[in-house]
Write a new protein. Sequence first.
Lengths: 336, 314
Amino acid sequence: MVKYYVKRTLLGSTLIVGLLIITYLLVYIAPGDPAHVWAGKPRGPKATEAIELARKELGLDQPLHIQIVTFMIRFLTGNWGVSIAFKQPIADVILRSFKATAELLLFSYMIAIPLGLALGIFMALKRGSKVDLLLRLTSSMFISVPRFWLALIVVFVFYLIGFQSLGRMDPRFSIEFKEVTGFYLLDSLLILRVDIFLDVLTRLTAPSLIIAVYPVFSIAKYVRYTLSERFYEDYVIEAVSLGISRISILTRYALRGVIPAVVQLAGINFVYSFVETTIVELVFMREGIGKILVDGILRSDYPLIVAAFFTVSLILVAVNTFTDILQKRLDPRVTI
Amino acid sequence: MVLNVKKEFAVQAEALSLGYEDLGSVFWAVRDVHLEIEKGSSLCIVGESGSGKTTLGNAIAGLLPPYVRVAGKLVIEGVEVIKDSRVIGANKIRGRIVTKIPQNPATSLNPYVRIEQMFYDVLRDVRGIREKRIAREEISKLVSAVGLEEDVLYMYPHELSGGMSQRVTIALALASKPSIIVADEPTSNLDAYLKGHIVRLIRDLSDKFGISLVVITHDISITEVVCKDMVVMFLGEIVERGHVKDIIRAPLHPYSSELIEAVNLESASYKPKKYAGGCVYHARCPHASNECLKPPPLLKLSDGREVKCWRQAR
């Protein structure tokens, strides 16, 4: 078992090293002088100086493989440099954005997984009925509808019913608010301010609902079909014939067999949702990794792009490794 | 002394038909079956695949799927299960009065929990035993009754051999103290050596606990060991009924003879079966005549034997 964890972690690490190399090469093969690119394509009197600095930072006078190694060592030791766009250490910018994105993603998955499961179970129990058909059609519709469009509708609806959904917090709280962990929902509770908590909660709910749309309905559809099949499996029929109660059969027999795959599916969806946060953060004017990536690209802030890209990849590799291990742990037939 | 001994029945079927809806039309898997099984007795239902024996067994076990079509009447231990073309009491008998020993023991155990968990589930949900200590004692008794070590309780189903999992399913079937056990092809996945052991185990345990036994099998060779009585089914109809010994010694219906020959792998070339009215066995019968185009009546002979064949009517 320990061997499997080591193996998975090693595989994940190899992926990350590979990703770093590819990221570096992308900067290298971008049109123009890499130093010019790395310095953010500067213009003006100080441009030559900045390009010279970048040339030194990248070690462009060294052979390529040495450059890559230097780049990786710098990166893995946490020396990520200074953002051209934000004039701040990149590590700080990334960490702050990451916390905002993590808050959004975790909150939306806390809604999405239970809701998706509940909806899927309900459809499976009502399989073949009109309700089931209606819900299946609704699911397909929501899976395919463009989320930025849905996001605009949600902003509008929240506005109509008198809730603010843009940004992370009402600007008038920004003086009283103290950042403790960087997760606003938690921080507002730590400073014992219910009014701020409720404000943060409503502003978090709107984008979370948009992010949750895809995982909710894809999990629901998946559970609907796999659980329905489970009901006809030998071990479920045998449990019925032994007189075991319906609720036990549903939870410990039929559903138990679906959960490992749902974990895996949620992991894959999480990767997709990460991409989706880019759009959602822009529409809802929130800070976050997606917003940083877009800002960085618009301002040719290559050091920031590379760092943001690297962070996203790191998280995705970590999530996939975690769900793989969890899936295996949940199925006793798999020896690891 | 009043000699008014009323026979008590574990199973009573009157004009029972069971079918499945298929694209608007109904396919009748079991047609017009009359069957009584006395309490504490043992009956084998024999026939090839497609004869309707499993459907009949499922009806007795209360396991008919929701899309089933029914006609006639079925009473299990005094509980009306099928009446007026409706399934009304399947959930009252399932697990409480009847349990089933499955055909594929390996896939019939919950792969995600340890063996003991299934026992706890049955004891809690059917017999209301919530206290773990009492349940544990009961489980130990059951496990030793089927000749297993207690270690098996802490194992997962995929760690068991075929014979062990079949013993576990037998112990599970006994756990709810049923009055009837339906065993659906209990030996079809076992080798010849285990077959004998399992069949004797089922027989001995049902004798010991006074359980009525219904064994569904295509294998006529196990019937003599496990059952006293036998019905032979073909294409959804009972074609012969009697004591196992009598039928094996002198089968009256040509299909029974064919089944007995099949054990010795002597059966003649395979002919497809198709119901086209008249005697169900007509298309395959070596003795078929014009008479067989009419459905034969069920003849009641001496010693409880019944047969549906025009040759016996003459």
